[in-house]
Ligand binder design. Structure first.
Ligand code: AMP
Ligand code: ZN
Length: 113
């Protein structure tokens, strides 16, 4: 098993896991870009957003529900937070297992870098 996020989901690689259910796992980003920077990862290996199939619609919706829960739990929901999915290297994607970034706890800028 090569994929680092599959390894984290299988508990074969350490991570600060803050949430888990049958479909997804959430853990703290190792290189946080803000006071809150959590990654939500489906347990199913999907490389990029472009690889999503119709059958993954419920899975993707679920990640967004988990994001809301984490934002509320971490107290950033009301002030505001950002959800990001990078797709392919030009966007900055470095881990090719789809993941939703939950970023907040500081003022976010627009446009993003
Ligand atoms: P992306 O650039 O969208 O592919 O995001 C990958 C994210 O994964 C980056 O923010 C990294 O800091 C983070 N990351 C990479 N390896 C690990 C790891 N072992 N544990 C936690 N976060 C990681
Ligand atoms: Zn994977």
């Amino acid at each position: 098993m090569e994929c680092i996020f599959c390894r984290i989901a299988a508990r074969k690689h350490p991570a600060k896991i803050i949430y888990e259910d049958d479909i997804s796992i959430a853990f703290e980003d190792i290189n946080p870009q803000a006071p809150v920077h959590t990654l939500i990862v489906p347990k199913k290996h999907i490389s990029t957003n472009l690889d999503l199939k119709e059958e993954d619609n419920i899975l993707i919706g679920h990640l967004f529900q988990v994001a809301n829960k984490i934002a509320k739990d971490k107290g950033i929901a009301e002030k505001g937070f950002r959800l990001i999915i990078n797709c392919n290297p030009g966007s900055g994607q470095t881990v090719f297992h789809i993941h939703l970034h939950v970023i907040g706890g500081r003022r976010m800028h627009w446009p993003p870098g």
